[in-house]
Design a protein around this ligand. Structure first.
Ligand code: SP5
Ligand code: ZN
Length: 353
């Protein structure tokens, strides 16, 4: 399996986050990549490639130009305004308020939906590097690889077309899915334009709100997410079962909100339903937003999955028989993160046809 690594990820290393009102060390730490890499090497995965950073033009496929300009310059504008430390919003233009100011503090509120996406001097280049890994993974599938794994950091599935949040800045999985969808639509006579192309399966503990919103009105990318019920868990404001897509995309978004304490067997049963929906859709490619914060020991989650579950998840995904890109998302039980990533990839490759 080809593995693409975001080589510049370490340049994003925020010192703290404010988690439910408490200042704590940043959970989404550079150590996560080191731990995953060590586990992959120990397990014999040898084909590790440092991907080039994604260009602004590539990012424009799913992100707005004004948001990319914000991300690229937020930190320098923050400093120029005399602010110290990372860019973090302190006020939001919620309904009833006016979007007039574009001073750095107002811009932070406009382009960030929570307190967990601080921007440091190296954040944008790290995010470009992460997106580059996902795009390189998509290219590998287009070149005929059955599997690729993009070791992305920072993660991406909470990032919308014009908003950062939840440790995410650029939506790596959406960029990969969009590239795959665009590659097969034109000139392909067996598929009409916007015909079944790509499915995104999001197995991070948190709802993939960014991915959902990016593809909400499209029917060439089916988006499915299994996650903690947003009635009790972040991101709270999206991820409910009645969100089914809109316009041409109606019926092409599927959410599986799950209960606290869910274990391996109930989780795998829900996954089977999601996989059946993907099989019914009949895509050419699959992108998996692979988060491991569903693990029983994860400090952010309340699911009870074991390491063995990731092997079973990988195997179940493999049975779809689709060229599949795994994109790294969350996972904060760092002592088990390497083993869990290896378990997922082993589960997939062991059942490859
Ligand atoms: C990529 C990723 O996994 N991002 C997750 C970001 C979550 N940040 C906020 C978490 C708030 C947790 N508080 C939950 C309390 C109710 N259980
Ligand atoms: Zn997560």
């Amino acid at each position: 399996m080809k593995i693409f690594v975001s080589a510049e990820h370490y340049r994003h290393d925020p010192p703290f986050e404010i988690l439910d009102g408490q200042t704590v060390p940043y959970f989404e730490t550079p150590q996560r990549v080191a731990i995953i890499l060590a586990a992959l090497r120990a397990a014999g995965f040898a084909s590790l490639v440092a991907a080039p950073p994604a260009t602004i033009a590539e990012l424009g496929a799913v992100h707005t130009a004004d948001y990319l300009d914000y991300l690229a310059h937020a930190h320098e504008r923050w400093q120029a305004a005399g602010q110290h430390g990372p860019v973090v919003p302190s006020a939001w233009p919620l309904p009833g308020l006016r979007l007039r100011s574009d001073c750095p503090q107002a811009a932070a509120g406009r382009y960030t939906f929570d307190l967990s996406a601080p921007i440091t001097a190296g954040t944008f280049v790290a995010a470009q590097s992460s997106a580059g890994a996902a795009l390189a993974g998509a290219e590998a599938l287009l070149q005929g690889e059955r599997y690729a794994y993009a070791l992305c950091r920072p993660p991406g599935h909470h990032a919308a077309a014009n908003m950062a949040g939840g440790y995410c800045y650029l939506n790596n999985a959406a960029l990969a899915a969009d590239r795959l969808a665009r590659a097969i639509a034109p000139g392909d006579t067996t598929w009409t334009l916007r015909a079944p192309a790509v499915a995104v399966l999001d197995i991070d503990y948190h709802h993939g709100n960014g991915t959902q919103s990016i593809f909400y009105e499209r029917n060439d990318v089916l988006t499915i997410s299994l996650h903690a019920d947003p009635a009790r868990e972040y991101p709270y404001f999206l991820g409910y079962a009645d969100e089914r897509g809109a316009g041409a995309g109606e019926g092409y978004n599927l959410n599986f909100p799950l209960s606290a304490g869910i274990g391996d067997s109930a989780y795998l049963a829900a996954l089977e339903q999601a996989l059946q929906a993907i099989a019914d859709y009949g895509p050419r490619y699959l992108v998996v937003s692979a988060g491991f914060d569903t693990f029983h020991a994860d400090p952010l989650g309340d699911f009870e999955l074991t390491t063995a579950a990731y092997t079973a998840i990988g195997a179940a995904i493999a049975r779809l028989g689709l060229p599949t890109l795994f994109v790294q998302e969350g996972g904060y039980a760092i002592e088990a993160l390497g083993a869990n990533v290896v378990a997922l990839l082993h589960g997939a490759t062991a059942y490859a046809d």
